[in-house]
Design a protein around this ligand. Structure first.
Ligand code: DX5
Ligand code: ZN
Length: 221
């Protein structure tokens, strides 16, 4: 398994001072910036686009930016995000007519590619593409909003994806997104996740470093 990555979701940050918030959370020990893009079409919410990603790069953010696209269709936005400085681009298979083509497009633009599985999306979407992916992102809530409760059946799904990744022998990351907190992250790590998105659990507390430290302790078991 690869070293644990903590990727705070800026969906729960204070957008009026986003650059400062990202600086603070990275200084507090975060590894990546999780960047939730919602289009009021694939999901019932509307957030931020490539301009904001580019603004964070211009602000001086050098950490990986982990773009989670909850948009439909996906392909047209991929080059825009690559130009804006995205490091990883993940998308939902339901939002792409040609999943393999979208993966190739993301990698062709020089980004790492991730596929996102909703709570009710079966694992067989991974069947013919797993080895082409850099990351599998399991949603542990239905996409669209921060602050929802972790869906417990995701733990079993994590174990099953972990087995498939290990069997592939490839360094594919297994990311979890939704309802991740210091008190459940240990069980989530034990089930096989190595990359942890947390929005409200981090940005909802005054001391980001303290939450991240608690999370790292729980991951280490
Ligand atoms: C939900 C987003 C998540 C969200 C997580 O659709 O993909 O990244 O911000 O927020 P919390 O950690 O509050 O569940
Ligand atoms: Zn997300």
């Amino acid at each position: 398994m690869q070293p644990a990555v903590i990727a705070p979701s800026i969906l729960s940050a204070d957008f009026a001072k986003l650059g400062e918030e990202v600086d603070r959370v990275l200084a507090a020990g975060a590894d990546w910036v999780h960047f939730d893009v919602m289009d009021n079409h694939y999901v019932p919410n509307l957030t931020i686009g490539p301009m904001v990603c580019e603004a964070l790069r211009r602000h001086g953010v050098t950490a990986p930016i982990d773009v989670h696209l909850m948009v439909e269709p996906v392909d047209r936005l991929v080059p825009d995000f690559a130009r804006a400085g995205a490091s990883l681009v993940s998308f939902h298979p339901e939002a792409s007519r040609h999943v393999h083509r979208t993966i190739q497009l993301i990698r062709g633009e020089g980004c790492q590619a991730g596929l996102v599985l909703n709570p009710a999306t079966p694992l067989d979407v991974l069947d013919h593409v797993l080895e082409d992916l850099d990351l599998v992102l399991l949603m542990s809530v239905n996409p669209g909003f921060g602050g929802q409760a972790f869906i417990p059946s995701t733990l079993d799904k994590l174990r099953r994806v972990r087995e498939r990744i290990d069997a592939s022998g490839k360094p594919i990351r297994l990311e979890i997104d939704g309802g991740v907190k210091p008190d459940n992250i240990g069980a989530i790590a034990a089930a096989g996740a190595d990359t942890f998105v947390a929005g409200s659990a981090i940005f909802g507390q005054p001391d980001y470093a303290a939450v991240i430290a608690r999370m790292r302790d729980a991951i280490a078991g």
